[in-house]
Design a protein around this ligand. Structure first.
Ligand SMILES: NC(=O)c1ccc[n+]([C@@H]2O[C@H](COP(=O)([O-])OP(=O)(O)OC[C@H]3O[C@@H](n4cnc5c(N)ncnc54)[C@H](O)[C@@H]3O)[C@@H](O)[C@H]2O)c1
Length: 339
């Protein structure tokens, strides 16, 4: 079997999921990884037995490489993605595609010129809970959408301890892409109007000038969706996320409640109760397990079988456009038109 030669740029927390998936996927051959932080690049290179570089141009110039995952921080996707596309690579970019419409549009332009894949990694479309309710929805089991309420929030340790770049993102760029994608996926359309409110204070007191919380109403005319996100859930919360989705339909309702995980650990030694979230990614006896590995495999399958990804270029671009409008609505304090 000829395998798709691939590389990962940005091998931090989530880049490692891509590295592990490619390393173990039978249709992929992980050729090289890249991180500007040499210590991290070396660590991942040794763990997964793969060559490393600290210069992404080395990957762009490697004619053998056909597929590249770009897993750099939210604000640092454009230059790398464009360079890869210019050099004929297919690209899987982490969500959000970009943190500005301007950046996203240059990436889309480059993808169209190159005729290569540019897919944004909206992994909840591969989350079995959402795939299951979407199937029910598509069969007409709950009728038409009346409204959707959904929230995805992180514990405050994510912006405070995980990243040095939190101020250049925020819960709106880091978390809302998932909710916006889910809502548009169910709606199979785009909102007409948007109203949003956001508050700052807690994170800015820690020196991180970004939103603590954002709530938005997306008006699709025949229904509306309320989406909310927070980056300030207390560290004592047992799960790293608070994730809930509810669709009220004309004939029924669909709910995904990921707020409590199936597994619970209560520990006197670690002092607390913990609901570890393992459904997305969890290595089992060295093999990557979890729905977050599936879009990465799907990306390789698309190259292998010469087919179009389930997540289109427009899905990635419209997602950025909607979030930019959410920010615009917060700043203006008024309803903004989307289309
Ligand atoms: N952490 C999560 O739970 C998660 C989940 C899904 C998606 N994502 C997305 O994945 C992307 C990466 O997030 P993360 O959590 O892995 O962040 P991270 O900070 O852990 O990792 C980013 C890595 O990119 C490297 N990097 C930065 N600029 C670079 C450059 N020019 N060339 C090469 N390497 C560079 C950094 O050194 C770092 O190791 C983000 O867009 C994020 O939204 C993260």
């Amino acid at each position: 079997m000829i395998r798709v030669k691939c590389a990962v740029i940005g091998t931090g927390i989530f880049g490692e999921v891509h590295v592990h998936t490619y390393k173990k996927y039978e249709k992929a051959e992980l050729v090289k990884i890249c991180d500007i932080n040499e210590k991290r690049a070396k660590e991942i290179s040794e763990k997964y037995e793969v060559e490393y570089t600290t210069d992404y141009k080395e990957i762009a110039n490697d004619n053998e490489i056909e597929a590249v995952s770009v897993c750099t921080p939210d604000f640092a996707h454009k230059e790398i993605v464009c360079e890869m596309l210019k050099n004929g690579k297919n690209v899987l970019v982490e969500k959000p595609m970009a943190t500005s419409v301007e950046d996203a549009e240059s990436m889309v332009e480059e993808a169209k010129k190159s005729n290569k894949i540019l897919m944004t990694d909206f992994h909840n479309r591969f989350n079995p809970y959402f795939v299951n309710i979407k199937e029910s929805f598509d069969k007409g089991e709950v009728g038409d959408i009346s409204f959707i309420y959904t929230r995805l929030s992180d514990r405050i340790d994510v912006p405070l301890k995980w990243f040095s770049w939190s101020e250049k993102s925020g819960p709106h760029w880091f978390l809302l892409p998932h909710l916006v994608d889910l809502v548009c996926w169910f709606a199979n359309s785009l909102p007409k109007k948007i109203f949003a409110i956001g508050k700052k204070g807690v994170l800015s007191n820690w020196g991180i000038n970004t939103y603590d919380t954002v709530s938005a109403i997306l008006d699709f005319e025949s229904f509306y969706a309320t989406i909310e996100t927070s980056w300030i859930i207390p560290e004592s919360w047992p799960c790293i996320v608070d994730f809930y989705f509810k669709l009220e339909g004309s004939k029924g309702r669909l709910i995904v409640d990921m707020n409590e995980q199936v597994n619970k650990i209560s520990s006197d030694i670690k002092k607390g109760i913990f609901f570890p979230m393992i459904i997305g990614y969890f290595p089992i006896y060295n093999k990557p397990f979890g729905f977050a590995t599936l879009p990465i495999q799907h990306f390789i399958d698309c190259i292998y079988e010469n087919k179009k990804p389930l997540i289109t270029i427009e899905d990635g671009l419209n997602n950025v456009k909607i979030i930019e409008k959410i920010v615009s609505s917060i700043e203006k304090g008024e309803i903004v038109k989307f289309i």
